[in-house]
Design a protein around this ligand. Structure first.
Ligand code: GCU
Length: 653
């Protein structure tokens, strides 16, 4: 039986002769790279040499440099023998080169010509685990936490190594081990020892460990009366804590902080700013080379006017005030990981501050683990968005530092990983972990190219399987947008767990918890007016873009109701009314899922039975629930707008 455990590392049964792989130099990282090739290259594969560029044999080849993490994989003659050389300026480059070679062989076959070189465009490629110390994963749908805090640090589950291998294969080089809604306890000596054990396992695979820090820890753990970042005793406490962590984990990455958001403590509790808080922590890790990832996801009861404006309002004035080892971590959109959101207006608005982007790989708002939704198109849509500050000034170029001259650059993904056998709760969710890593390495890769790579490595190179699976992946996210609410609608889900429809919810305590706050539908129209006549959130974008977004005629159709409140009878470019288009999108979403289901049915017998059956079952669930979303949403909209369904559409069940 094939339970999907092997992810994108499905190596052949008959492998290369172990002595065909030679390593020059001794280190745990080079050994890990060599072991991976011995395990993954097919029998009969010719000699391979692994060495850094400092090795005399490699130096003699005069290969190009690909920087501190990049690699070159090339055929050459070494000691008179034709050899495949896997090299880089650093051991890390060699490691990534080894995995790139395995990918190349899996995707193109062992006989295809090999000539690879690449370097990452983004420095910090990080998974954020929202894992609680009791094993529950917040917004996790793939079982419990991988980290068994109870048996750590003594028992080193081999799965930790497989986790590190899977990440190294896609270039991920950091893991935040614990939830952003952090417990102070995660910074106590026993947990530092547990984190250190994981760091030891991950180190040969180039992965640094980070921890989420609870801002009030000096009070909870240190017995101080305050956590005010301007208080010298507080700063001293954090310095001592950082020193303690670095004694156990010399290459500890640093802290991730969620402050003054959704009830978390933070510097604002003391009238200090986010910069005060971030800089104080940054000073504590600075002597050790650590960094602070300070989240801009602030969500507190302070902007009743429009929740989407809050992060910009609080952070934009702080541009240039952060220490040089702070990076501000900004979600892709201004609300919260919806199936579609316009890019966050902070991108392009803080040129003096390194901004890392945060995506959600776990599908909190896209059907949890059961619905098939390939997220590379969502990630790429944000990365490719033009910020409007200059031609070609995309979000990707803000994030990779090239636009504003930053070297501290990063991309974070909220992990979808748990202890389920297939890691992510379904075989297809593995594609989202994979795509995140590949885009963090190179945000210029296309979702389609990544889909093809992933499919070949996950389901094999059979042309029909490749074609079908890639086509399913590529349509899947738009289908979710269609059946949950198209045209820029957002936050229509049920309360609390966020599963299934709830556009009618209106009675929750805070206004912006309610879906009605976002869609503002009534008898006459629907949508959130974020232009001058409304919250004027459009003014947070660069003037050129703001002007476009201020006019429904020049607003992208997919973001229309995000920015505008329009009549149900408003005519779109197609000539159809808004209501008719919205209604038909629900149908289109359901139809796409039904088609994906049929296509998967056609692969019966061509994919191993276990993964095939799980996917088939999940697609049936998804089709049923796409209908649920459609029918419940249409019935609600019709109760509000009192309009009939467009001609030919079947009434909601
Ligand atoms: C969302 C999510 C929370 C999470 C928060 C965050 O609101 O529902 O579970 O804590 O994002 O990103 O901090």
């Amino acid at each position: 039986p094939d339970d999907g455990y092997r992810l994108w590392m499905r190596y052949p049964d008959r492998t290369i002769a172990p002595d065909a792989v030679t390593v020059r130099g001794r280190s745990a990282m080079l050994d890990a790279a060599a072991a991976e090739l011995r395990r993954g290259l097919p029998a009969g594969f010719g000699p391979v040499l692994l060495a850094t560029a400092t090795d005399p044999a490699v130096q003699a080849l005069r290969l190009p440099s690909e920087g501190p993490e990049g690699y070159v994989v090339r055929r050459a003659t070494v000691d008179g023998r034709p050899t495949l050389v896997v090299t880089g300026d650093s051991e890390r480059g060699v490691l990534y080169g080894a995995f790139a070679l395995l990918r190349q062989v899996a995707v193109n076959g062992a006989a295809a010509p090999i000539n690879l070189r690449s370097r990452p465009r983004i420095a910090l490629r990080v998974l954020d685990h929202w894992d609680n110390l009791d094993g529950v994963v917040e917004r996790g749908y793939a079982g419990k936490s991988l980290w068994d805090w109870w048996t750590l640090p003594d028992y080193k589950d081999p799965r930790y190594t497989d986790y590190a291998r899977a990440n190294a294969a896609i270039g991920i080089n950091g893991a935040v081990l614990n939830n952003v809604n952090a417990k102070a306890e995660s910074l106590t000596a026993p947990y530092i020892a547990k984190a250190a054990a994981l760091a030891d396992i991950f180190r040969p695979y180039g992965i640094k460990v980070y921890l989420s820090a609870r801002f009030s820890a000096p009070i909870e753990l240190g017995g101080l009366k305050t956590a005010d970042p301007r208080d010298p005793a507080v700063a001293r406490w954090w310095r001592a804590k950082a020193d303690e962590i670095y004694r156990a984990i010399p290459d500890f990455g640093g802290f991730l902080v969620k402050a003054n958001s959704e009830g978390q403590p933070g510097p604002r509790d003391y009238g200090a700013t986010h910069a005060d808080g971030a800089n104080m922590l940054a000073a504590a890790v600075k002597p050790h080379g650590g960094i602070v990832m300070w989240r801009a996801f602030v969500y507190a009861d302070t902007d009743p006017d429009d929740r989407a404006k809050q992060a910009y309002d609080e952070f934009k004035p702080l541009d240039g005030r952060f220490a040089d080892n702070v990076v501000v971590q900004v979600k892709n959109g201004a609300i919260d990981f919806q199936p579609r959101e316009p890019f966050h207006p902070l991108f392009g608005a803080m040129p003096k501050t390194p901004l890392m982007i945060e995506f959600q790989i776990t599908k909190e708002y896209l059907g949890f683990a059961t619905h098939l939704a390939y997220l590379a198109p969502l990630f790429a849509e944000t990365l490719d968005a033009e910020t409007g500050t200059a031609p070609g000034a995309t979000v990707a170029r803000v994030v990779d530092g090239s636009l504003e001259g930053h070297t501290l650059t990063g991309m974070a993904g909220v992990a979808n990983i748990g202890d389920s056998r297939d890691w992510t709760g379904s075989p297809f969710n593995q594609a989202n972990w994979y795509a995140f890593g590949r885009l963090a390495w190179d945000p210029g890769l296309t979702p389609e190219a990544i889909a093809r790579e992933w499919t070949a490595q996950t389901f094999g190179r059979d042309p029909e399987v490749m074609r079908t699976v890639t086509a399913m992946l590529m349509r899947s996210r738009e289908a979710v947008v269609d059946y949950t609410g198209a045209l820029g609608l957002a936050h229509l889900m049920a309360t609390g767990h966020h599963y299934g429809p709830g556009p009618w919810v209106s009675e929750l305590k805070r206004p912006e918890w309610n879906p009605v706050y976002y869609h503002r539908a009534d008898r006459n129209g629907i949508g959130f007016d974020r232009t001058r006549t409304g919250s004027n959130a459009v003014a947070q974008y660069a003037p050129a873009l703001a002007a476009k977004l201020a006019d429904p005629r020049t607003t992208p159709e997919g973001e229309l109701l995000w920015f505008h409140h329009l009549s149900w009878d408003y005519r779109l470019a197609s000539g159809q009314t808004l209501w008719e288009t919205l209604a038909r999108r629900y149908d289109r979403g359901v139809a796409t899922v039904a088609a994906m289901r049929r296509e998967w049915e056609g692969l019966r017998g061509q994919v191993d039975p276990q993964r095939w059956a799980k996917t088939a079952t999940f697609l049936a669930v998804q089709e049923r629930e796409a209908r649920w979303w459609r029918d419940a949403s249409l019935a609600y909209w019709m109760s509000v707008n009192r309009r009939p369904l467009p001609a030919g559409m079947a009434p909601p069940a």
